[in-house]
Write a protein that binds this ligand. Structure first.
Ligand code: PLP
Length: 329
């Protein structure tokens, strides 16, 4: 990886913000995003006065290309391509689309840090690439920005280490309380992940050293094993996997599957809570998407995520769950 083109931040949303600034995207420009996107990705756009324009996604989480083509205007400066849960999009098709429309490809690999496509690291295919290793590892913070042709000076920003000690305690305490079912998020509500805008900050040294010291291959193998375990479990319980397999180079963040309805999703969240398995929904969608009752909202209601966590032991998981079946539907 070409380290010169990489910048580190505390969060991927901040990485996106500085990527956009570096590429000269700003006031009154438009950026296309999938409507199935978490609310926090909109924060950097709003802070730069960039207008988010949403394109629809299909059930396999690929874009509705017809809809997408209609959304390009003279003000469009870029398009965000999201490798949902670490599963890559049709990268070449996106690249072609951007070339034809003379817009920037913004590659959001927040979920699949370390993954590759045809041997090339995800997050390096567009003019701007972001990833969020803080989601894949138990670290306080950490996100990477890749810039293909541009540079940016971020020396004026400080690292998010002020509350390092408190932050680590918070991670441990939250996961402990969640295990005890206190403070457990209500995943059937959009409000489970309400987040305020954050300050622009860099990664802290400890998180950086931790992330850089990881064995990505071992991480990938383990995540794939757990993915395959959930896949088996989902099929046995009549759930519909969003992705039928882990492609070569993909590092899955979670195992996503469709239920038949929002009511069934709620039963699964509850089933997981009672067994100490954090089955979750996708984070909050942008307000404009929720209120429109778009295809993204339909997906939001039916898509549930089974956890893949490096502290899990796939064999123990198998033992624990062989005798169990899913909720009564
Ligand atoms: C697809 C996607 N992109 C970007 C982000 C932002 O990442 P971070 O929380 O590190 O800012 C998220 C966060 O949930 C996300 O799901």
């Amino acid at each position: 990886l070409i380290k010169n083109n990489i910048y580190n931040f505390s969060h991927a949303r901040t990485a996106l913000k500085y990527g956009l600034i570096a590429c000269g995207v700003g006031r009154n420009d438009q950026v296309l995003l999938p409507s199935y996107i978490c609310d926090v990705v909109i924060h950097p756009l709003l802070s730069l006065d960039i207008q988010p324009i949403y394109y629809e996604v299909l059930e396999d989480l690929s874009p509705d290309w017809d809809d997408l083509s209609k959304k390009v205007t003279g003000q469009t400066k870029g398009i965000v391509m999201v490798h949902y849960f670490g599963f890559f999009q049709d990268i070449q098709k996106f690249q072609k689309f951007c070339e034809n429309n003379k817009i920037l490809l913004i590659e959001d690999n927040a979920h699949g840090f370390g993954g590759t496509f045809q041997g090339q690291i995800l997050g390096t295919f567009g003019q701007i690439g972001i990833s969020s290793p803080r989601k894949s590892y138990q670290v306080l913070n950490g996100a990477y920005l890749y810039l293909k042709n541009n540079e940016i000076d971020i020396r004026h920003l400080s690292p998010l280490s002020r509350d390092k000690y408190f932050g680590s305690i918070k991670i441990i305490l939250t996961s402990f309380l969640n295990k005890l079912s206190f403070n457990y998020p209500n995943f059937s509500s959009q409000d489970a992940f309400e987040e305020d805008q954050i300050l622009d900050m860099l990664i802290d040294e400890d998180s950086y050293a931790y992330i850089e010291g990881q064995d990505y291959q071992a991480n990938q193998n383990k995540r794939e094993q757990i993915f395959n375990f959930w896949l088996k479990c989902a099929v046995e319980n009549q759930l519909e996997p969003v992705f039928a397999e882990c492609g070569q180079g993909c590092i899955p963040l979670v195992f996503p599957a469709y239920t038949a309805s929002h009511a069934e999703s709620k039963k699964w969240f509850d089933w997981g809570r009672r067994r100490g398995i954090r089955i979750s929904s996708w984070p909050r969608l942008p307000r404009a998407v929720v209120s429109k009752n778009s295809s993204a909202m339909m997906i939001w209601q039916r898509l549930i995520c089974f956890p893949i966590d490096l502290s899990m032991d796939p064999k123990a998981l198998e033992k624990k769950l062989t005798a169990l079946s899913g909720p009564e539907i």
